[in-house]
Design a protein around this ligand. Structure first.
Ligand code: PMP
Length: 452
């Protein structure tokens, strides 16, 4: 099919996620055809530096043939078997053990899902079951955060705090509450980041006391808020959250779907921020996006209760522990470990990227350039140095994203924040190219705004 035929067919038969499908059908989708390292190519042959790693997920970069070979080997050997009815497969066994080795603290047990959303749906059920089998069924309520993102399934979207998502489908479901986010740039006012971090953490304590600690099952949050706009919490935030969760015996869920597998320069965001989670949903970087796979990692307390007192677990997916997905994940983790990709991010390319990225704050359009490991954002603002937003929020971000594309650079826009999350294998030379293209994009965006 030629390009026009492909686009017409797509418009007629394919409903795209998180898209205005009418507008997209009229504009025509971009069709990606190939990837290598940090680059992807589109149907017109344009080479694009993917500074967003697909959707925060292609940690080892595109085009690693070993993953395809691992899938091929496993498909030839045993393409599928389930992990129900007392069965399992060798890749699922080996991956569970590998994850237990990599995970922080005593998180040493995993339940496999296909995605991050399913991991969070699983958490809602496992955590309520955990309390119920200990004779505490009233410990049922979850607390999440406004603008948190935990997926698109019913529980995932309910735990998340995206108002636009709640509007579609009658969410959130009962028993889920939200507190404010630690977004200092947008909401910190006159407080220092440290004061603000503490204040926002203490909203959790207030909410727990309002609901009654005996009714609160868990608090869920991303180590840094990704989809909302890469909000990196002040240093005071997580230590206080740890304290509050321990004090009121509320389970702490760190959603590691973005942060996991090296994104912040440690294997998990929980290590970067000193979080002491009881459970961690994982996905994305687990397979570098080469094949769908997610999971819930849990500590010995949670796993122990579910094993010893949980009875038959009435939960699971046809593809929980899919052998091909697990084989691909094992190969991905082998590459991350043997090539010391996480260490390189932490010690070399991450600090270099941070140094170059924060220089972008000198641009007249940039109100803040923040970064943690290999994930960051630029806040585009009308009036430096005040922390104010454009009136028509989202327009300038969209414009900047489109200009970036015309410069061969993929950045994501959330409102007027430009988000960065490149493959972890990005080299210093590619970082220079990324920064040069971003600076040029900012100049062109500013010029377009001046022209109205
Ligand atoms: N949690 C977080 C923190 C995420 O960023 C995402 C996806 N962006 C999810 C959960 C949902 O994962 P998935 O899209 O694989 O269902």
């Amino acid at each position: 099919m030629n390009l026009e035929a492909l686009r017409a067919s797509d418009a007629a038969h394919h409903l795209h996620p998180f898209s205005d499908n009418k507008a997209l059908g009229e504009k025509g989708t971009r069709i990606l055809t190939r990837g290598e390292g940090v680059y992807v190519w589109d149907q017109d042959g344009n080479r694009l530096l993917d500074a967003f790693a697909g959707l925060w997920c292609v940690n080892i970069g595109y085009g690693r043939r070993e993953l395809g070979e691992a899938a091929r080997r496993q498909m030839d050997e045993l393409a599928y078997y389930n992990s129900f009815f007392g069965c399992t497969t060798e890749p699922a066994v080996k991956l569970s053990a590998k994850l237990a080795e990599l995970a922080p603290g005593d998180l040493d047990t995993v339940f496999f899902t296909n995605s991050g959303s399913e991991a969070n749906d699983t958490i809602l059920r496992l955590v309520r079951h955990f309390w119920a089998v200990q004779g505490r069924p009233e410990k049922f309520h979850f607390i999440g955060r406004h603008n948190g993102y935990h997926g698109s399934t019913v529980a995932g979207a309910s735990l998340g705090g995206m108002a636009g998502m709640h509007k579609q489908g009658g969410l959130p479901i009962p028993g889920i509450h939200h507190i404010n986010q630690p977004y200092w740039f947008g909401e910190g006012g006159e407080m220092s980041p440290e004061e603000f971090g503490l204040a926002r953490a203490r909203e959790l304590e207030a909410k727990i006391l309002e609901l009654g600690p005996e009714r609160v099952a868990a608090f869920i949050a991303e180590p840094l808020q990704g989809a909302a706009g890469v909000f990196i919490p002040p240093s005071t935030y997580w230590p206080e959250i740890n304290r509050i969760c321990r004090q009121y015996d509320v389970l702490l869920v760190a959603d590691e779907v973005i942060c996991g597998f090296g994104r912040t320069g440690q294997w998990f965001g929980s290590q970067t921020f000193g979080i002491e989670p009881d459970l961690m949903p994982i996905a994305k970087g687990l397979t570098s996006g080469y094949i769908p796979l997610g999971g819930v990692l849990m500590n010995q307390r949670v796993a122990g209760v579910l094993r010893e007192q949980g009875g038959e677990l009435a939960h699971g997916y046809t593809y929980s522990g899919h052998p091909v997905c697990c084989a691909v994940a094992l190969e991905n983790l082998r590459i991350l470990q043997e090539e010391r990709i996480v260490e390189r991010c932490r010690e070399d390319t991450g600090p270099y990227l941070a140094q170059r990225w924060t220089q972008l704050a000198e641009h007249p359009l940039v109100g803040e350039a923040r970064i943690c490991g290999m994930v960051g954002a630029l806040e585009l603002v009308p009036n430096k140095p005040s922390r104010t937003f454009f009136e028509d929020r989202g327009r300038v971000g969209g414009l900047c994203r489109d200009i970036a594309l015309s410069n061969g650079l993929i950045l994501r826009a959330t409102w007027d924040a430009m988000l960065l999350s490149p493959p972890l294998v990005i080299s210093r030379g590619e970082i220079d190219e990324l920064i040069e293209k971003t600076w040029r994009t900012l100049d062109q965006t500013a010029a377009a705004l001046r022209q109205g």
